[in-house]
Structure formats: structure tokens, C-alpha cells
Design a protein around this ligand. Structure first.
Ligand code: AQP
Length: 335
């Protein structure tokens, strides 16, 4: 995907502050945000409105939101070049989401696999927000007229719904929204749990050994990889049925740039012990510089809040134009 047009194309993506992001969030999404930010008009949000679809502790949510903001700067996003904001600071998201709810069918939302999964994990709180989460996500994207949305593979279905809603709205009212394309990296788009490698790695997993947090220290990273589920073959090769090893090879490949064939050769005749240590070290090498920057940013929370304030003002200004247009089109009285 090249961005050769004179006018830069737009990208927008969000991450929930539902915990410290995992290695999965990093390899599947954040890493691409950082590498794409320069070439595009870019906006990135800490999606706190999304995270209350699952019950959160208020003080913890506030803390995690600031930490997530700091992490976005730590991975290399520059608040002078990208709009980096907290979703609840910008009023247009919830407003457009309401309008779009009225252009979304109950049946199409019922097919969303994340809703089905999360209603099982949080059976005591299957709220309407959890159900209409993809509509809010559609509003997030469409407000900024995003051409591309860098996401992990798990969000592909939600992006498709955003496109369907936008097409439907445009079909009725003319060209209000840009139809967004997903940008899913070739590698790392679906990093799996270290404990249940058929399930994606998630920051809210109750089993902390299933995920690597971006702020895990070296010892914790080594310990978690040592415990990672593999198989009894004791051979490092990428093959069907070897979900645990495939996942570790993918992580190692993303962190070192080595191909799967090179990795197979490197560990030919060696056991899983050596392999797991090498994977752990490659992850440490990637995360350590980010962690150092994060620790520096967290010493200056006034700076972070100032950036978030400026980011929110810019996001409000840009998104308001789209919201105003949509409000006019549906027939709301203008003053
Ligand atoms: N395991 C993963 N592998 C690759 N990409 C992933 N993403 C999430 N998990 C993986 C991508 O990270 C971006 C931000 O995700 P999110 O926080 O907005 O929501 P999520 O997909 O629900 O992520 P989590 O970690 O699983 O959060 P919780 O546990 O709160 O539900 C998205 O682009 C996502 O695709």
C-alpha cells in the first residue's frame, strides 16, 4: 500500500485501555501504527468508551487510560504529527454512534463473533453497549473519513460492518463518509495466548501466563515463555496442529525479522528450551526500549495530559465537520 497521492490519505485506529496492552496488541496493531504514522494524516485514540462495555474499576480505568496514552508516545507516535487523543474527551463519537445505531440492523449485529465470545466471558453483564460496540467503532472511523484502519485480524469483522453502515448511509444521503479499508499486517495479525494457543492473546485474559504485557519485566517474560504450551514433538517447525510452536515462531519472526524457514534451520536439532529462551530474549529486545521511554513519560504526567488535551481539541474540530454533515443529512433542525 503506497501513499503517493499529493494529499495524504488518512488513517485512524483505537485501542481500549482495558489493561496494559499485550505483545499481541503491539505486533498486531501498535507496531503498524508507528510505522504508518509518518506517511498518512493519522489519528489514534485510547478507546475508553469501548472499554466500559465490560465492567471497569473507575480508578484503575483512569490510570490505565493515562498509561495507554504514555505507551502510544513510547512506541514512537509523535503528538506533533499525529492526533493522539482519549475517545471520551471528544463528544462526537457517542453522538455519531447514536445516529448510526439507527442505520444498523439488529440481525447483522447479532452475527458479531466478538459479541458472542464476550457475552460468554461476561455472562453476568451482557449489556447493550457490548452489543452495539461495532457501531461506536464505525463512528470512530467514519468521523475522521479514514481511508485505512490498521487493525489485528480479530477486528476485521467489525471493520466490515463499519463499511456496510457507511455504504448504507451514503446510499441514502450521498457521499457523507469515506469507505474505510482494513490494513492488516502480513505477520503478527493474530498472536495467540501462550497458554491456550487456539485463542487470541488478550490483555483482559484472567490467566496472566497467557499474555505478555508490554510492561512485563525481563524475568516475567522469560518465565511466561518457559511456561508456554508447545507439544511433544520437540521439533521447531511450522505445521498444522502445532499451534503453540507456530505462535512462538510467529512472535520470534516478528521480533527478529527472520523467516520461518530461517527459524527452523536455526533451531534444527535443538530442543524447545533453547527456542523458548531465544523467543523471550527477542521480545525483551523489542519491548525494553519502549518500556524505558514509558518510564520517562510517566514521570511527566502534566505533559501527557497537555498532549491529550491538544489532541482532543484537534480531534473534536475535525470530527465535528463530519458529524454536522451527518446531522444535517438525517434532517435535524439547524440553527
Ligand atoms: N492477539 C492479538 N494479535 C494481534 N492483534 C491483536 N489485537 C488485539 N489482540 C490481538 C489488535 O489490537 C488492537 C487494539 O485492540 P483493542 O484493545 O481495541 O481490543 P481487542 O481486540 O479486544 O484487544 P484485547 O487485547 O483482546 O482487549 P480486551 O482483552 O480488552 O478485549 C486492535 O486492532 C486489535 O485487532
Amino acid at each position: 500500500m503506497e501513499n503517493t497521492a499529493e494529499k495524504k490519505q488518512k488513517i485512524l485506529s483505537c485501542i481500549q485501555p482495558s489493561g496494559i496492552p499485550t505483545l499481541g496488541n503491539y505486533l498486531g496493531a501498535l507496531k503498524n501504527w508507528a510505522s504508518m504514522a509518518d506517511g498518512y494524516d493519522s489519528a489514534f485514540a485510547v478507546a475508553d468508551l469501548h472499554s466500559i462495555t465490560v465492567r471497569q474499576e473507575p480508578a484503575k480505568l483512569r490510570k490505565q487510560t493515562l498509561e495507554m496514552y504514555a505507551l502510544l508516545l513510547s512506541i514512537g507516535l509523535n503528538p506533533e504529527e499525529s492526533i493522539i487523543f482519549v475517545q471520551s474527551h471528544v463528544t462526537t463519537h457517542a453522538q455519531l454512534a447514536w445516529i448510526l445505531n439507527c442505520y444498523t440492523q439488529f440481525g447483522e449485529m447479532s452475527r458479531m463473533t466478538q459479541f458472542k465470545d464476550k457475552s460468554q466471558t461476561h455472562a453476568d453483564n451482557v449489556n447493550v453497549g457490548l452489543f452495539s460496540y461495532p457501531v461506536l467503532m464505525a463512528a470512530d472511523i467514519l468521523l475522521y473519513q479514514a481511508d485505512y484502519v490498521p487493525i489485528g485480524a480479530d477486528q476485521k469483522q467489525h471493520l466490515e460492518i463499519a463499511r456496510d453502515i457507511a455504504n448504507r448511509f451514503n446510499g441514502i444521503y450521498g457521499n457523507v463518509f469515506t469507505i474505510p479499508e482494513p490494513y492488516i499486517g502480513k505477520q503478527g495479525a493474530r498472536v495467540m495466548s501462550l497458554q491456550e494457543p487456539t485463542k487470541k492473546m488478550s490483555k483482559s485474559d484472567a490467566n496472566v501466563n497467557g499474555f505478555i504485557s508490554m510492561l512485563d519485566d525481563k524475568d516475567t517474560i522469560v518465565r511466561k515463555f518457559k511456561k508456554a504450551v508447545t507439544d511433544s514433538e520437540a521439533k521447531v517447525r511450522y505445521a498444522e496442529g502445532k499451534d503453540g510452536v507456530n505462535n512462538l515462531m510467529t512472535i520470534y519472526s516478528c521480533c527478529t525479522g527472520k523467516t520461518l524457514e530461517e527459524i527452523e534451520k536455526e533451531f534444527d536439532g535443538k530442543g524447545y528450551g533453547d527456542f523458548k529462551m531465544a523467543v523471550a530474549q527477542s521480545v525483551i529486545d523489542v519491548l525494553e526500549p519502549v518500556q524505558n521511554k514509558f518510564n520517562d513519560y510517566m514521570k511527566n504526567t502534566d505533559y501527557l495530559k497537555d498532549c491529550a488535551k491538544k489532541g482532543a481539541e484537534m480531534a473534536q474540530r475535525i470530527s465535528q465537520r463530519t458529524l454536522d454533515k451527518a446531522m444535517k443529512k438525517v434532517g435535524f433542525m439547524q440553527l
